[in-house]
Design a protein around this ligand. Structure first.
Ligand code: ATP
Ligand code: MG
Length: 576
């Protein structure tokens, strides 16, 4: 639904910052003013189906779908499937599901570059006929050698001056499968001395015997990216072909092909790739993590893939708000991962129901509470949203609290439970610690308390104060759960930063996943379904994992509550 992307952006635009304009929007506004495309705005999102989408692609999706929708235009989904060796149907399917989940809507405009192979082939023939392309017998290594470098001009291929007839004939034979893979290419005849290496007779077609996930074995020659992308844009009458900065140097070639062919002049515009600290956004490297079993799969909640962060509990709204906030620019930078997490928290704070869960349980016995008695305490489901209502939580004589919330000897500034201190239990009574029981190795295994029946409302009639409120669950009513606690997948801010000869996997965080097998949850969570998101009071946001079975729930920690980004922002504002 581009509508929702639009609404969301409009909402953020008015609240977050009054000036949401950016250079791409300005170009479109200008084109509308000069009537360059007769008022039309048509964009596309062109993933290569060689891996799952990641958060970087989300930025591109928001820009492409968001801008088109803003100006009443359309966005196509187009699979850039010109490299059959790396592409698969599984990736096509995941890309469709993930882009939809993010809110992208392309109606019936889903295309494949491979749909255009016949047309692209004809255009190659046209360029040969016009003397603008030739069949070259240099192999890949020789082509590289002849290409020269940034400081040296290239050398012309000895095959550059073949006759048009010979080129037509050879190209036809390439297509017919008469030559081995890699033995010949079709190249554009441009300028081997051009300062732009992309214009030094770039390869247009290569011979490759690989079964394509859509065209099967129909072709044994495939067009290169540069001779497929702009052509596909043109076929679809794309007005603004928005891509990342690494294609800036390809733009002259993009335009050259369009001019020589005299086809619809789509306009390429480049923006900065999203880079995130502690994160790698490269399908090739993410694939390596999957193939080497470093993660559980493309949708492992530690992965920056859309399917990974969805499983982890991120919302599409949070991702879109984040993308709107980072904006677009003409220079590559790096965004703090904490900023993405900030938007996840901000959104979940609004929508996630609260619940109580104890991850590392410590037994508490309330000695003056009648054995066998159970009370239902009423607690609010979401203080941010009155319409979420309240629920009942059972309270009884034996509870679990978090081990961290108790210290036998309280250090300075530790205000939670310790012998002699009184704390509030979330949703009700004050309890006071009267003693502990230890096991053979001296560890506290049970804490004894008394409760004050007059504090059921959470306040004391004599107005005495407590310094902490802690969460708890009733031992007899609690349900058991597995909780998967995640940390950054990499320990280095720039995980790709490794010495020569080393691999980025050396920067993996050995503690990125901690499995807590015996967490105790309040009983209302028994009815939660895969994908449901909650705030576990005082701990963070958690999401039910699809691995959950009835009676054996598994929760993923989405983000802890602590918002480091908010702190960074505050510091920035103070120093301004
Ligand atoms: P990767 O390097 O992860 O394989 P890619 O650029 O090869 O990415 P494509 O499938 O070709 O991936 O990308 C589809 C679209 O998404 C392209 O227009 C590309 O520019 C854009 N895109 C890819 N990565 C990012 C990113 N990190 N930030 C913004 N846009 C991106
Ligand atoms: Mg690519």
């Amino acid at each position: 639904m581009p509508a929702s992307i639009r609404d969301e952006e409009a909402a953020t635009a008015s609240s977050a910052s009054p000036e949401r304009s950016n250079f791409i929007r300005d170009i479109i506004l200008d084109d509308l003013k000069t009537n360059k495309y007769h008022g039309r705005v048509q964009t596309r999102f062109p993933p290569e189906p060689n891996g799952y989408l990641h958060i970087g692609h989300a930025k591109s999706i928001c820009i492409n779908f968001g801008l088109a929708a803003e100006f009443g235009g359309h966005t196509n989904l187009r699979f850039d499937d010109t490299n059959p060796e790396k592409e698969e149907q599984e990736y096509v399917d995941s890309i469709i599901a993930d882009a939809r989940w993010l809110g992208a809507n392309w109606d019936d405009r889903m295309f494949y570059a491979s749909d255009y192979f016949d047309q692209i082939y004809e255009w190659a023939i046209k360029l040969i006929q016009d003397g603008k392309a030739y069949v070259c017998d240099l192999n890949a290594e020789q082509v590289r050698e002849y290409r020269g470098s940034l400081t040296e001009p290239g050398k012309e291929s000895p095959y550059r001056n073949r006759t048009i007839e010979e080129n037509l004939h050879l190209f036809e034979r390439m297509r017919a499968g008469e030559f081995p893979d890699g033995s010949r290419t079709l190249r554009a005849k441009i300028d081997m001395a051009s300062p732009n290496l992309n214009l030094r007779d770039p390869v247009m077609y290569r011979i490759l015997r690989a079964t394509h996930h859509r065209t099967g074995d129909k072709w044994c020659i495939y067009p290169m990216y540069d001779f497929a992308h702009g052509q596909s844009d043109s076929i679809e009458n794309i007005t603004h072909s928005i891509c990342t900065l690494e294609f800036e140097d390809h733009r002259p070639l993009y335009n050259w092909f369009i001019q020589q062919l005299g086809i619809f002049p789509s306009q390429q515009i480049e923006f900065d790739r999203l880079n995130l600290t502690y994160t790698l956004l490269s399908k090739r490297r993410l694939l390596q993590l999957v193939q080497e079993g470093r993660v559980r799969g493309w949708d492992d909640p530690r992965m920056p893939t859309i399917s990974g962060i969805r499983r982890r509990g991120y919302t599409p709204e949070a991702i879109r708000n984040f993308c709107a906030a980072i904006g677009v620019s003409k220079t590559n930078g790096i965004i703090d991962l904490a900023m993405l997490e900030h938007f996840v928290r901000e959104d979940l704070n609004r929508r996630a129901l609260r619940a109580m869960a104890v991850l590392r349980p410590l037994k508490v016995v309330i000695d003056n509470y009648p054995e066998g008695q159970v009370e239902e305490l009423e607690v609010v489901n979401n203080p941010e949203d009155a319409s979420a209502g309240t629920r009942q939580v059972p309270f009884a004589r034996v509870l679990y609290i978090e081990q961290d919330d108790f210290r036998e000897v309280a250090p300075k500034k530790f205000f939670r439970l310790s012998p002699g201190t009184e704390v509030r239990l979330r949703g009700g009574y004050f309890i006071k610690c009267t003693g502990v029981e230890k096991n053979g190795s001296g560890e506290v295994v049970e804490v004894h308390c008394t409760y004050d029946p007059a504090t059921r409302s959470g306040n004391a009639p004599d107005h005495r104060k407590v310094k902490a409120t802690i969460h708890w669950v009733s031992a007899e009513h609690a349900i058991d759960a597995e909780v998967r606690v995640y940390e950054n997948l990499f320990v280095k801010e720039n995980p790709g930063d490794v010495p020569e000869g080393h691999d980025f996997t050396e920067n993996l965080n050995p503690n990125s996943l901690e499995v807590i097998a015996n967490a105790k949850l309040e009983p209302s969570l028994a009815s939660a379904n895969a994908g449901d998101r909650f705030q576990f009071e005082r701990l963070g946001y958690f999401c039910v994992d699809p691995d959950s079975k009835h009676g054996a729930p598994i929760f993923n920690r989405t983000v802890p509550l602590r918002d480091t980004w908010a702190k960074i922002e505050k510091r920035q504002q103070e120093s301004r």
